[in-house]
Design a protein around this ligand. Sequence first.
Ligand SMILES: Nc1ncnc2c1ncn2[C@@H]1O[C@H](COP(=O)(O)OP(=O)(O)OP(=O)(O)O)[C@@H](O)[C@H]1O
Length: 322
Amino acid sequence: MHPMLDIDSLSKRYGDVVALDSCSFTVRPGRMLGFLGRNGAGKTTTMRAVFGLANPDSGEIRWDGHPITAADRRRFGYMPEERGLYPKMSLTDQLVYFGRLHGMTADEAKAAADRWLGDLDLGDRAGDPLEDLSQGNQQRVQLAAALLHDPELLVLDEPFNGLDPIGAATMARVLRERAAAGTAVMFSSHQLEVVEDLCEDVAIIDRGRVVVTGEVRALQTESPYRRVELDLSEAQAAALQDLDGVIESRFDGRHHVLKVRADVDVTRLMTGVGTGLGGGQHFVYTTPSLTQIFTEAVSPPDAPESSTAPASSNHVTIGGTR
Ligand SMILES: Nc1ncnc2c1ncn2[C@@H]1O[C@H](COP(=O)(O)OP(=O)(O)OP(=O)(O)O)[C@@H](O)[C@H]1O
């Protein structure tokens, strides 16, 4: 059984700024965790702390049950937000250099560099200096640098940022393969559809505090709400709005979108306003999207500090048994 990463009650201040406020969650082997939060919520600080690059004021990070050591970190892979590669060095030379830092021999590092550059469609650029590559291709090299030594834990800071659709598909494929091979993978992202598609687990951080963590599917099915999309006349939409169990109704430009209580009998609801289901009409009944869960979990942009509910009342943990 591969070990897991426990982030336990991390707190960190920069002067008056609370970057982390008792942040806790777990990254499990063979699974992917999406680390979500608004700008400045504390994602990068948490990831830097895993690598000893930010020192928390309190709390602990454990790997396989023990406080993380430098030896553990050599078996981790990190793709930082500020991509730290050497612009003038050839792709192969810098990958070999990074491999050596992680304890590989020169031959092992060269073999791994060749393999990853090939896998990431950069085989014919191996001898070129990094600075000759496009931004997206430089990002692929950064990914190769994080993967070279076959890490047990992979931490990536906004790996999908700035990639074109083909680059994003390659990134998704590689992360899926790593997780399938048993690696514990966590990455931050603002692209919630990507996270919903890729990740079994999620942690949502707001003002340094994890407000939601658990399995994505469980969070969706255990939500007290459902989403309904359908076509309605104005009169039907107006009538629906007043029915018990309908929390919200809006027109998104194409269809009416309802937020209803999960226990509502939608067939009865429709009959009540004189519209049937089907009949060629658009009709979708589904669990809330990750975007909806995210939006409900984080505080609005202009909320004053004091309006944030205490952790005991707004923290949700679902699924994920050990
Ligand atoms: N070295 C530092 N000195 C002072 N303040 C810092 C430092 N690093 C982070 N902060 C502050 O800590 C808070 C959390 O920052 P962090 O970079 O972890 O957020 P983030 O969730 O990664 O944001 P983004 O999505 O914008 O990348 C922010 O208010 C940030 O300004």
